[in-house]
Each structure stands twice: as structure tokens, then as C-alpha cells.
Design a protein around this ligand. Structure first.
Ligand code: HEC
Length: 314
């Protein structure tokens, strides 16, 4: 009985003393004051164990695809480099003031991509590391994991080249182009740049700018349409492109539905749209479907395959 009373009294004292310590303001919360070694050890161990156990079930996709790495570069530069640095930078005004300090990702090897994915998606409590999963989809986060794996040892020139060619900061959830009001759009974030290429190709063709449209095509592009085929950019330009441009000049396109994804080096963009056009001087409505396959290259996405089909709507 006596022991129990003593134990309870000690416990009460500890609670009161802890409360008094918190209330007194004696603890220095300043970020520029380092943690006591014991606190630092406890925090780090808690973090490492929590991340290890929670990331065990994360399934890691193929992270070597150039397109995925490139998509990650633009997002990293826009959202992470202020804290985690870029090649050649020693520190930024933000990074030098943080406690815990953000690791310099241009110098740290990623050993466990599942843990890195989990950390980026969920963030780390009581540090400056945000939970990016609140604003980005998983594919975009994997893009950044793929990119930061390549970062150690990357030259500043290579870094900037990748960032420039990445299509920039892209993680809107299926942003819709201006002419796509009310369309059903399901475009993954890393596929946005490929979709932009498809839209540019269409705009250039409609404007009759065949040279610019040709620059979006891979020289070996295969175009299948209405039961026939053209097997290079040159063949298409010398043949159907002029007619298509002429037809599109008077047409008004409304996107109805679109899906796009990337996988490795390739992207596919499937679109269904409605065209209001003139045929023999009469207005007609045409339903068109289009599949485009694009390949990532140093100069951005290039169209390697197009399949068009259409029917008149009455
Ligand atoms: C405002 C600063 C800040 C920004 C912005 C930020 N981070 Fe962090 N990040 C941190 C801090 C601080 C830590 C370390 C937390 C700790 O020590 O527990 C961290 C930790 C990490 C880690 C774990 C590294 C390791 O070795 O344990 C990864 C990976 C990471 N961040 C990736 C990113 C990515 C990718 C982005 C951009 C989408 C990003 N961070 C944006 C501050 C930031």
C-alpha cells in the first residue's frame, strides 16, 4: 500500500514538474539553438523507424524511364530546390535557417526509393518537410523520386537542361485546355507535357503552319487513317497534311473526352472530339477519335504514331 502511495506521489510530481517546465518558458524553442544530443537521437530514431515501417508496403515502379525523370526535374526545381539545393549551390536563405536542416539531395544517395516516396508524400511532422501528397498525385511524386536518385553527381548544366526540357512545374490534377470546357479529361501529371505537344500539333496544323507541325513529329511517324497508312513525316507532309490543314482551317473543334498516361519512354494520348466544319458548302458535325503515341527525346515529346478515325453525325 505504502509503495503504491509513493509511486503515485512521484508520478504526480513528475507531471507537475513537466507542466511547470513547459509553462515557465524555460525551454528554448529557437530554430538556431541545436537540440540536446539525447533529444536529437530520440527524434531521428523515431523518424527513421516510423518511415521504415510505414514504407514497407509501398510498391516501387520502374524509375529509370527518361520521361519520368524529366517530369520530376521540373517539379523538383520549382518546389524542392529552395530547401534541398541544386547542383553547385551551397545553401539558400531558407535552407541555412532550418532546424532540422534539409538534407542536401545533390549529395545524398537514395538507398530506399519506397522510403523516399513515403517521405515526400506524407512529409515529416515538426520539420519544414511538407506533405506533398496533399497537392500531387502519386505519379508526380514517383517522378521526383526518379529524379532525386539521379541528382548526386549531376552537373549544373545537365540539371538545367533537364529542368528546361521538363515542361516545368506540372501537377494540376488533369488541367483542362481552354477549349475543353466540360470535357472529361483524365490526364496524369507527367503526361501533361505530351498532351501539350498534341495540342500544339493540332493548333499548328489548323493554322496551316506545316513546318511547325512537322517539328512535333518523329521522322519515322506512322499515321493510320481511314484504312490507309503513311509511314514517315515526309510522306504525310507531301501528301495528306495540306488537305488536313485546309479542312481544319474552317473547322471548330470541341474536345469531348481525353485520357493520357506515360509508361517508360512512351506516352499515349487518346482523344474524342466533335468538329463543326464545312463540307461542300454545308455545315456538318463530325465525331473524331484520335490516338497518339509519343516518345520522349532530348528535344521533348515527339509523335511516333497517330491513328485517326471519324464519322459524320446526323
Ligand atoms: C521548406 C523546406 C522544404 C521543402 C520546400 C522541401 N523539403 Fe524535403 N525536407 C525538408 C527538411 C527540413 C527535411 C528533413 C527532416 C528531418 O530531418 O527529419 C526534409 C526531408 C526530405 C527527404 C528525406 C531525406 C532523407 O535523407 O531523410 C526527402 C526525400 C525530401 N525531403 C524530399 C523533398 C522533395 C522531393 C521536395 C519537393 C517536392 C521537398 N523535399 C521540399 C525541408 C523541405
Amino acid at each position: 500500500m505504502k509503495t503504491i502511495i509513493w509511486l503515485l506521489a512521484t508520478l504526480a510530481l513528475v507531471i507537475v514538474a513537466t507542466g511547470a517546465f513547459i509553462w515557465s518558458g524555460a525551454y528554448n524553442i529557437a530554430a538556431d539553438e541545436p537540440h540536446w544530443p539525447l533529444t536529437a537521437w530520440a527524434l531521428e530514431t523515431t523518424r527513421n523507424r516510423a518511415i521504415e515501417s510505414r514504407s514497407e508496403s509501398v510498391v516501387v515502379p520502374d524509375l529509370d524511364g527518361e520521361a519520368l525523370i524529366r517530369a520530376g526535374a521540373g517539379n523538383y526545381d520549382a518546389m524542392c530546390a529552395d530547401c534541398h539545393l541544386e547542383p553547385g549551390a551551397d545553401g539558400t536563405e531558407i535552407s541555412i535557417g532550418l532546424n532540422p536542416a534539409p538534407p542536401d539531395l545533390t549529395r545524398s544517395d537514395i538507398e530506399d526509393p519506397a522510403a523516399t516516396f513515403w517521405t515526400i508524400k506524407h512529409g515529416i511532422k515538426m520539420t519544414a518537410m511538407p506533405a506533398w501528397g496533399k497537392s500531387m498525385d502519386d505519379e508526380s511524386i514517383w517522378g521526383m523520386v526518379a529524379f532525386v536518385r539521379q541528382l548526386p553527381g549531376m552537373s549544373a548544366a545537365d540539371y538545367h537542361e533537364l529542368v528546361e526540357s521538363s515542361g516545368g512545374h506540372s501537377h494540376g490534377h488533369g488541367e483542362t485546355p481552354a477549349h475543353a470546357d466540360a470535357a472529361q479529361v483524365d490526364v496524369s501529371d507527367p503526361a501533361q507535357a505530351a498532351v501539350a505537344t498534341v495540342d500544339r500539333f493540332f493548333a499548328e496544323l489548323s493554322a496551316g503552319d506545316l513546318d511547325a507541325a512537322a517539328a512535333e513529329l518523329d521522322p519515322q511517324v506512322i499515321i493510320l487513317e481511314a484504312g490507309g497508312g503513311e509511314h514517315s513525316a515526309a510522306e504525310y507532309l507531301g501528301h495528306h497534311a495540306g488537305e488536313d490543314a485546309e479542312f481544319l482551317k474552317t473547322a471548330h473543334q470541341k474536345l469531348l473526352r481525353r485520357s493520357a498516361r506515360i509508361s517508360g519512354e512512351l506516352a499515349w494520348v487518346a482523344s474524342e472530339s466533335e468538329l463543326q466544319a464545312q463540307h461542300d458548302g454545308k455545315p456538318v458535325t463530325i465525331l473524331g477519335t484520335e490516338t497518339m503515341v509519343l516518345r520522349a527525346s532530348k528535344a521533348g515529346w515527339k509523335i511516333v504514331h497517330i491513328h485517326w478515325s471519324s464519322q459524320l453525325r446526323n
